[in-house]
Design a protein around this ligand. Structure first.
Ligand SMILES: C[C@H]1O[C@@H](n2cnc3c(N)ncnc32)[C@H](O)[C@@H]1O
Ligand SMILES: Cc1ncc(COP(=O)(O)O)c(N)n1
Ligand code: MET
Ligand code: SF4
Ligand SMILES: [Zn+2]
Length: 428
C-alpha cells in the first residue's frame, strides 16, 4: 500500500504524523492534502528517513544537487557535499552523477543522509551505451527499477518531452532549444529512433514500478527555457499540459508526484509560468530550478536564482532547487554548495513569510530579530541569523568600542532615538 493510498483511506501514517508535527499543523490536514496530491512526502518504502512534506501549507523546502560529472569524478567529495548540504539545512539531495561508478555513488549517498534522495535514472540508462541514442527503452525502465530497489525516494522523469512538445519545439524560434540534460537525451533518442519517449508512451509501466516501491515521481521540465528570450513559449506550455495529464494519472494510481518548473524567466513572466503550471497541473507541488531572472550573471546565478525563486514564491512555489555560483561554469565545489544553499535558504524564508501555513512561524523569527536589533543584542542576532557565523565575522572585522556597530558608531539611530524617548515609548 502506498502512502497516498493510506491517506485516501483516512489513515494518518507515521510519516504524515511526523510531517504534521514538524510543520506544526493538524495531521488531518496533511493527510487530506496527501490524499489529493497537494502535498508530497517522498519516502521509498525500503528506506527509513526523516519524512519531509512538500506542498500546500508546508514550509518551503530546498534541494541540493550533488554528483560527479565525466570530467570530475571524486566520490568522497560528492559524499562530503551531500552530508554538508544536509548539515546546512537541505531538505533533500539529488544525486545527478554522470561519471564513474554510478551505483556505488548512489548507494553511498543513500547511506550518508537522513533526508529524501532523488535521482535521474535516464542518466544511468544513457551511460550504459556507447552513445546516448543507443539506449533502449528497457535500459530506461531498468534504471528506474534499479534506483527504486536501492531506495531512491524520488526520480526525475522527463515524460513531458514527447512528440507533441518536440513538434512545438520544431515550430518555435527558440534560441537555446533544450537545456535539460535528461530532456536532451530524450529528444535525441526520439529523433534517432523515430518513436515517442518510452516514459510517456509506457507511463503506466512507470507508474507500476513507482507504486511497488512507493517512489515519488518528479515530472521533469525537459522543455524548460534556457535563456530569457525563450521563456513562456509553446514548447514549455505544451509540456505543462502533458505533465498535468500525467499528474492526474499518477494520482489515480496512488503515486505521489511533483512537477519541475523552469528555467530562465524574466521577472514579469514568472507569475504567468507559476500560475499556469499550478493551474494545468492541478495544484501539484511545484519544484523550481530558479527561475534565473537574467542570463548575464554567471558567478552570481545563486542570486539570480534566489531572486526568481522568491518572486515565484509569491505565486506558489513549494520546493526550491538550489543554484550555486558555479551554474553555467563548472561542477560546484563544496564551498559553492554551501553558498548556494545559504542563499537559497534566504529565498525560501522570504517565501515562508507570506505562505499560508509556515507564515506564523516565519514571522516569529523576523520579530525576534527585530527586537534583538532594536536592543542591540548582538549575540541574539547571531543566534537568529541564517548564517550567524558569517554575521559575527563581518561585525568583528571592524573594530568598534561601543555596543552599536561600526556603520554609525556613536551616531547609532537606534540608540539616539531610544535615549530621546527615555523609555517613554509604547512597545519597549
Ligand atoms: C538541473 C541542474 O542540476 C545541476 N546539476 C547537474 N549536474 C550536477 C552535478 N553533478 N552536481 C551538482 N549540480 C548539478 C545544474 O545546476 C543544473 O542546472
Ligand atoms: C529542479 C530540477 N532539478 C533537477 C533536474 C534534472 O536536471 P535535467 O533536467 O537537466 O536533467 C530538473 N530538471 N529540475
Ligand atoms: C543540464 S545543465 C544546464 C542547465 C541550465 N543552466 C538550465 O538553466 O537549466
Ligand atoms: S554548458 Fe555546461 S552546464 Fe550547460 S548544458 Fe553544457 S555542460 Fe551543462
Ligand atoms: Zn541555465
Amino acid at each position: 500500500m502506498t502512502l497516498m493510498e493510506d491517506a485516501k483511506r483516512g489513515i494518518i501514517t507515521p510519516a504524515i504524523d511526523a510531517v504534521a508535527k514538524a510543520e506544526g499543523i493538524d495531521p488531518e490536514i496533511v493527510r487530506s492534502c496527501v490524499a489529493k496530491g497537494l502535498i508530497a512526502i517522498p519516502i521509498n518504502n525500503r528506506r527509513e528517513i526523516r519524512p519531509v512534506g512538500i506542498g500546500k501549507y508546508m514550509s518551503t523546502k530546498i534541494n541540493a544537487n550533488v554528483g560527479t560529472s565525466r570530467d570530475c569524478i571524486d566520490i568522497d567529495a560528492e559524499i562530503e557535499k551531500a552530508k554538508t548540504a544536509e548539515a546546512f539545512g537541505a531538505h533533500a539531495v539529488m544525486d545527478l552523477s554522470t561519471g564513474g561508478n554510478l551505483d556505488e555513488i548512489r548507494t553511498r549517498i543513500l547511506k550518508s543522509v537522513n533526508i529524501p534522495v532523488g535521482t535521474v535514472p535516464i542518466y544511468q540508462a544513457a551511460a550504459s551505451r556507447k552513445v546516448v541514442v543507443e539506449m533502449t527503452s528497457d535500459d530506461m525502465f531498468n534504471a528506474v527499477r534499479k534506483h527504486a530497489e536501492q531506495g531512491v525516494d524520488f526520480v526525475t522523469v522527463h515524460a513531458g518531452v514527447n512528440l507533441n512538445s518536440l513538434e512545438r519545439l520544431r515550430q518555435s524560434e527558440r534560441i537555446m532549444n533544450v537545456v535539460s540534460r535528461g530532456g536532451s537525451f530524450t529528444l535525441a533518442w526520439m529523433l534517432h529512433n523515430g518513436e515517442d519517449n518510452p516514459f510517456y508512451a509506457e507511463y503506466d509501466y512507470l507508474l507500476e514500478i513507482a507504486k511497488e516501491y512507493d517512489m515519488t515521481l518528479s515530472l521533469g521540465d525537459g522543455m524548460r527555457p534556457g535563456c530569457i528570450a525563450d521563456a513562456s513559449d509553446r514548447p514549455k506550455f505544451m509540456e505543462f499540459i502533458t505533465l498535468g495529464e500525467l499528474v492526474k494519472r499518477a494520482r489515480a494510481a496512488n503515486v505521489q508526484t511533483f512537477v519541475e518548473g523552469p528555467g530562465h524567466v524574466p521577472l514579469n513572466e514568472i507569475e504567468l509560468s507559476v500560475r499556469g503550471m499550478k493551474e494545468l497541473c492541478n495544484d501539484a507541488p511545484l519544484y523550481l530550478l530558479g527561475p534565473l531572472v537574467t542570463d548575464i550573471a554567471p558567478g552570481f546565478d545563486h542570486i539570480t536564482g534566489a531572486i526568481g525563486g522568491a518572486v515565484a514564491g509569491m505565486h506558489g512555489t513549494d520546493f526550491l532547487c538550489m543554484v550555486t555560483p558555479s551554474e553555467h561554469l563548472a561542477l560546484p565545489t563544496l564551498d559553492d554548495i554551501k553558498e548556494g544553499l545559504l542563499v537559497t535558504k534566504v529565498a525560501a524564508h522570504t517565501i515562508d513569510l507570506i505562505k499560508e501555513g509556515p507564515r506564523e512561524r516565519a514571522w516569529e523569527k523576523d520579530l525576534a530579530m527585530a527586537y534583538a536589533r532594536r536592543d542591540l543584542d548582538w549575540e541574539k542576532q547571531f543566534e537568529l541569523a541564517i548564517d550567524g557565523n558569517r554575521a559575527r565575522k563581518i561585525r568583528n572585522a571592524r573594530k568598534t568600542e561601543s555596543d552599536t556597530c561600526s556603520m554609525c558608531g556613536d551616531l547609532c539611530a537606534l540608540k539616539i532615538v531610544k535615549e530621546a524617548f527615555d523609555g517613554k515609548k509604547k512597545g519597549e
